[in-house]
Ligand binder design. Sequence first.
Ligand code: NBP
Length: 499
Amino acid sequence: KLTRIGLAGLAVMGQNLALNIAEKGFPISVYNRTTSKVDETIERAKAEGNLPVFGFHDPESFVQSIQKPRVIIMLVKAGAPVDQTIKTLSAYMEKGDCIIDGGNEWYENTERREKAMTELGLLYLGMGVSGGEEGARNGPSLMPGGSFEAYKYIEDIVLKVAAQVPDSGPCVTYIGKGGSGNFVKMIHNGIEYGDMQLIAEAYDVLKSVGKLSNEELKNVFSEWNRGELQSFLIEITADIFGIKDDKGDGYLVDKVLDKTGMKGTGKWTVQQAAELSVAAPTIEASLDSRFLSGLKEERTEAAKVFKSGGFGDILDDQVVDKERLIDDVRQALYASKICSYAQGMNLIRAKSIEKGWDLKLGELARIWKGGCIIRAIFLDRIKKAYDRNSDLANLLVDPEFAKEIIDRQSAWRRVVCLAINSGISTPGMSASLAYYDTYRRERLPANLVQAQRDYFGAHTLISISHLPPWYRLFSSPGILRLVGLDALSESWITTINFN
Ligand code: NBP
């Protein structure tokens, strides 16, 4: 008897997703380059309730065990392993069959492969899978993009396999064409970097300035998880503060080396922000913080240099009211988070316009509500903001978010000032605040930067879309400088771009 679907690549993600699919009632064939993982998966399938998982040690019998049109999900390491796996499997596949890459792949690789597959008559999807091991096993957030026909063929499966959220449904939707599924997953990871950094800064201010103990931190984060900050990351953070070290001599969190690893999707997000000319300072600050955290040895040396210069780690002369500080930090964290999501959403929208993907931002917020690492009650508000206005220029100007930010900005400013005065860096919160303070101002000092550019530059082209038509007559290179200088004195002309 043939199976409904196949899955190749049985490391952490593949093994768990295969068991999840089988548990939802879809018989599944599995394959892995190293065959011991196939046997391991079959053992697990037996142990977890005789799930309908069928293992194969060679790619040909694996492919042939699946009903036509065949659909195979790959969960192998991104990059060359994906190309190699496609080569191995496609040799036995037929026209109309479909391959789905469930890895964290660079979206352009997916577009290249989709094109190549189309030439062979095969369909292709790039499907972001979020939620780690636990999500894969019990219900991830799924972001499939590429062939719509292929999506329709697996829709019944993904609707059941994805995380189910009461009121908002399964955490999956057809994202859009091409590499949009991978792109959206990548930005999701960038947003995740922002969330984790902001939480770490809240912890730093409370611990280093407020002198909260791990026990107090656990209580504060547990309390926060009952309000507007309710989310998976706040919940696990509360748990982390309660975990004692194995040896029983303190807390685990204090023993963990302050050096953050990364796999690359955050860096891609920041590179894309630059490519798209979209400001994403909070996400960038999170990435920079990971880079700086990696310089542990250098930081240890630098700490000695600055201590000997009369500075301690922390300037200890701050008098703080603990209760007020806790409440201020909660508000600062929430307001900073709004800015971080605004940046992520704007990145997605900019790419969607560039590629003609027609992505639905509110729908993305909906499918992130369950299964994935950034799942949070807050995503409901984002969905509602885009439901109110799908063309919203920036989440910050949605009336509800605008009000929330205004209500919190005093607390937010107090926290950032306190951190700066204490010598504690809060790069994410500070970047968010600067983003807000820049975005909300009608007039910026950019006029001076532009004047400087005009002064020293041989700028020969002027974009005059906002100028009266007669100005256009003067847009020959010789007269441009005059127009530029004239423009400097005209405060209503703010969009002059020299190349
Ligand atoms: P890994 O990213 O660690 O990849 C291991 C798998 O890739 C194994 O099945 C391995 O086969 C296979 N593989 C490699 Br490596 N080179 C291969 C090749 N040349 N040909 C065929 N197979 C090859 O697995 P993972 O952590 O389960 O992640 C899978 C994907 O999901 C990745 O893209 C990852 O970024 C993404 N993802 C992971 C997580 C997570 O929490 N881990 C979360 C979300 C997304 P072998 O057994 O024969 O070596």
